[in-house]
Every structure is written in structure tokens, then in C-alpha cells.
Write a protein that binds this ligand. Structure first.
Ligand code: UTP
Length: 476
């Protein structure tokens, strides 16, 4: 046994030396046996050849992004169908609802991010997000899953991707809250992969004497983690065919959208996306484009201004649609990728990464000091044979919580949640008090258990009360 342990250390030392990274063993003599095990676990999971390549390509010798030679606007299903599409949308809605009712759809939340911009202590899913009851994102989505199960008399299994830093806290949150009323057997947690951070010289960093500084490998890591964790196998056992992918930080997302799922299924797509019309040509969102006949997302940072402003003959922007990170993914697509092998491009980000210095003293830098490597889920679109895009109204489905204040903050998200609830109330015939500038003069929250969408609220219109300025309304 001791021999095995020693030979593991020796092998790790050799490997690290071959890649000029042996400095991460500098405290190994001071570690006890269990601490060494922890360090070895990290080291044995490293792909040092890949890391060498990333350090060369992204740090020592970075190449400018090469724009594809030919970029066309992609086809997009409009938010409101013209008459020639109306019957297809009706058929898609029907198909999507049947697929949900037949247990062929799963909800999938990526919640492994570090949420550094928000600076919230704990998993982002624990952020109190709703405007009246301050429900956490986990509770809100759990209630939505429950509401979908009741509406369609089905089981909607929910898969949640975590990462090393927040897995235990996430699972504990669900356990302490009785899984928010869901059957624990239908909620599946799994961890995503990790990538090591490196300093500006391309050197690995230690977070403590026995652990490397690592970051989750990006939401693109979900496509591998779904497979490796057994989540895909679990889906296959249940007969799930379609995965409704969304991020933890968007309280307005439709956890499952029958129209979107139905269009994806009718068109035999592998991976599909929702899109919004960009607020302005340079908006900081991924841009949908068609490259080599494949739907592709070009990041705003890679988009030259002239292309961002380029117009088509009909006067509309060539790249007028932005990505909001909502997808439907076929289970068969994830299986195919993993069974045949695939890789997504790695993107680097320069971030603040705490580390220990040569004296084992913990340093929390005030400015970015290290590179993280991540892959992005939308890069898998290029690997799909078929992919559709559905335009949606931004204000109806997108209110992300990213920053501690200002744009895309908890405050702006709650305002958007109130505005959507107000529009649903107005469609149900209620006069909502508004200030002179048009903003809603009340706090309104509609639980998904009361209404999943404006149609359900309309059906319950007789239960709604008149409102006056300053009211706090919770429909639950
Ligand atoms: P963001 O790109 O906004 O990152 O993630 P973040 O980690 O939440 O926040 P910052 O950038 O550190 O401030 C978008 C979504 O993708 C998930 C996040 O949890 C969020 O739902 N994500 C991101 C992962 O699941 N894993 C990752 O490695 C990165």
C-alpha cells in the first residue's frame, strides 16, 4: 500500500517535472498522509499536455481571433409567427406539450459557476431572488418543476450541475428544504469538471499547500459531465429524449417551453437556442451567425465593429440576434458527442485568483492575476447537424442576476420580474397602478404554482383583485 502511495507521488513528480510544474510540490514534505492524498487526486486529474498547449496558445503566443471568411445571418423562428408559420407553431406547441406529458423532457440547470461578480456567499441558487417572498432561485425553479408536473400530470426530472466549490452546499440546501416538495429521486445533482488556473507565466498555482487553484471548466463542461456523471444514463432509463437547458441566474426563464421543445423536435434538431433581438449592435452578448451552414455564436469581444453594424438589404442588422443561454439539447446528441469524442474550444479569462505564496501565506489579489480556462456550451452548436433558433421577447424571459449592483443585478432582475407579472395581470384584465414614467407602482409576485404563464393567469382572472398604488401582491 505504502509502495503504491510512494509510486503515485513519484509518478506525479516525474510528470510535473516534464512539464516544468514541479513547484506545486514545494510543501509536500510538510503534508500529512490525507493531505497528500488530496493533492495527488488533483494532480492525477490534470491533463498536462492540454495545459501546455493552452499556455502556449493563450499566454505565450496568443493568436488574434480569426473571423470566418463568410458569415451569414441564421434563420430564426420569429417570436410572433407570420400566417405561414401559424400552423407549424400550433403543431409544435402540441408536440412539446405531449413530449412533456409523456415524460420525454428533463429540466437541466447549470449551477456550477463561481458567481464572482455577484459576490454572494454560497451557491447562486440560494440567492433570494423574487420581489415579494424573496424565494431563492432553487425554490423558484423547484416550484416551477412542481407546477409543470401538476399541469401535465408527469414527472419532470431535474438535473442540476454543480462544481467542487458548491456541490455539498447545494445538496444540503435541498435536503434541508425537503427538496422543496419534489420527489428526491427525481432531482439529480452532479459535479462538473475542473481546470487548473495558471499565473501570467503559465505556472500552476496552489490554493493551499495541499490543493491546486482550480476553476470549474465552464458551462461547456456540462456536455461531458452529463455523460460522465451517469445523468444521461439516468435520462435514458427514464425515456427522456430532450433536455431543457438553462442557467441558475435567470428567474424569468421558462423551465420548459413546449413551443421551443416542439419546434426542436419537429425539425429533428440536435441542439437549439433561444435568441433575443440585440438592444444595440455592440451589445455584450453572443451573436448568432451562420458559418459553413452551421449555427454559430460569435462572442461580442470577437465581433469587429464594422460587422456588428453591417446591415442586410432589408435594413436589419446582419447579426441582429443575441444568445441568452437557453437551449434544448437532444439526449442523443450528448451521447453521440461523448461516444465519438469531441472537444470544445477553450477560452481564457484573466481573473482574480487567491493563491498561497512561497511562504504558504494566502494572497487575495486586488487585481486580476491569473488565467482561467473555460469552455462554452454554445460552441457545441457547431457540432450539431441540425439546430434551430427561436426568437423570444427579452422582457418576458430574461432577467439575469450577474452583478452586485447596476445592470443585471438582483435589483434590476426584481424590477423586470415585477414588470412581467404586471403585464400578465393587465392581460388578465386587472388595472395595474403605474407611475408617471410608466413603471409599476406596486410589488407583484406570481408563484409558478399559481400560474406558469399569462394564459394560466388569464384562466384564473376571476380570482384576481383590483390593485391600488403601493400594493404588495403575492399570488400563490
Ligand atoms: P456565468 O458565465 O455568468 O458565470 O455563468 P458565473 O460563474 O455564474 O459568474 P461570474 O462570471 O463568476 O460572475 C452562467 C451560468 O453558467 C453556469 C453558472 O452557474 C450560471 O448558471 N456555469 C458557469 C457553470 O455551471 N459552470 C461554469 O464553469 C461556469
Amino acid at each position: 500500500m505504502a509502495q503504491t502511495f510512494k509510486s503515485r507521488i513519484d509518478a506525479a513528480t516525474r510528470e510535473l517535472r516534464n512539464h516544468n510544474q514541479e513547484h506545486v510540490l514545494q510543501f509536500v514534505e510538510q503534508l500529512d498522509r490525507s493531505q497528500r492524498e488530496i493533492l495527488l487526486d488533483d494532480l492525477e486529474q490534470l491533463d498536462l499536455n492540454l495545459l501546455d498547449r493552452l499556455i502556449e496558445e493563450h499566454i505565450h503566443n496568443p493568436q488574434p481571433f480569426e473571423l470566418p471568411k463568410r458569415i451569414d445571418p441564421p434563420q430564426v423562428y420569429p417570436a410572433k409567427p407570420a400566417s405561414d408559420l401559424e400552423s407549424k407553431y400550433r403543431q409544435a406547441l402540441d408536440r412539446g406539450e405531449n413530449l412533456i406529458a409523456e415524460h420525454k423532457v428533463a429540466a437541466f440547470t447549470v449551477a456550477g459557476g463561481q458567481g464572482t461578480r455577484l459576490n454572494f456567499d454560497g451557491p447562486k441558487g440560494n440567492v433570494p431572488a423574487t420581489p415579494v417572498r424573496n424565494k431563492t432561485l432553487f425554490r423558484l425553479f423547484a416550484e416551477t418543476v412542481l407546477a409543470v408536473q401538476r399541469k401535465y400530470n408527469c414527472v419532470l426530472p431535474w438535473y442540476i450541475m454543480t462544481s467542487r466549490a458548491n456541490h455539498e452546499d447545494t445538496v444540503r440546501t435541498f435536503e434541508q428544504n425537503d427538496h422543496f416538495g419534489l420527489n428526491p429521486g427525481d432531482v439529480f445533482f452532479f459535479r462538473q469538471g475542473m481546470m487548473p488556473c495558471v499565473d501570467t507565466e503559465g505556472k500552476l498555482m496552489l490554493a493551499s499547500p495541499e490543493s491546486l487553484a482550480m476553476n470549474p471548466d465552464g458551462h461547456g463542461g456540462s456536455l461531458r459531465a452529463l455523460f460522465r456523471s451517469g445523468a444521461i444514463e439516468d435520462m435514458a432509463r427514464r425515456g427522456v429524449e430532450y433536455i431543457s437547458y438553462f442557467q441558475i441566474d435567470n428567474p424569468l426563464v421558462y423551465v420548459v417551453d413546449p413551443l421551443f421543445i416542439g419546434l426542436h423536435a419537429l425539425d429533428n434538431a440536435d441542439m437549439s437556442s433561444k435568441a433575443v433581438v440585440k438592444a444595440e449592435p455592440l451589445e455584450k452578448v453572443g451573436n448568432f451567425a451562420l458559418v459553413d451552414n452551421k449555427v454559430t455564436v460569435i462572442e461580442y469581444s470577437d465581433l469587429p465593429d464594422d460587422l456588428a453594424y453591417k446591415k442586410r438589404s432589408n435594413g436589419r442588422l446582419m447579426l441582429e440576434y443575441g444568445s441568452i443561454a437557453i437551449h434544448v439539447i437532444s439526449r442523443s446528441f450528448v451521447e453521440k458527442l461523448n461516444q465519438h469524442g469531441f472537444s470544445l474550444p477553450w477560452h481564457r479569462a484573466f481573473k482574480k485568483v487567491p493563491y498561497i505564496d512561497k511562504t504558504a501565506h494566502l494572497v487575495s489579489p486586488e487585481n486580476p492575476n491569473a488565467y482561467k480556462f473555460e469552455s462554452f456550451v454554445f460552441d457545441a452548436l457547431r457540432l450539431a447537424d441540425h439546430s434551430i433558433i427561436l426568437e423570444i421577447e427579452r422582457a418576458d424571459q430574461f432577467a439575469p442576476i450577474k452583478n452586485a449592483s447596476g445592470v443585471d443585478s438582483l435589483q434590476s432582475s426584481q424590477q423586470l420580474q415585477i414588470e412581467r407579472a404586471a403585464r400578465w395581470m393587465e392581460r388578465a384584465g386587472i388595472k395595474v397602478p403605474r407611475r408617471e414614467d410608466g413603471t409599476v407602482d406596486a410589488l407583484i409576485e406570481i408563484s409558478p404554482l399559481f400560474a406558469l404563464d399569462d394564459h394560466e393567469l388569464y384562466d384564473k382572472r376571476r380570482q384576481l383583485r383590483e390593485m391600488k398604488a403601493g400594493d404588495i401582491v403575492y399570488l400563490g
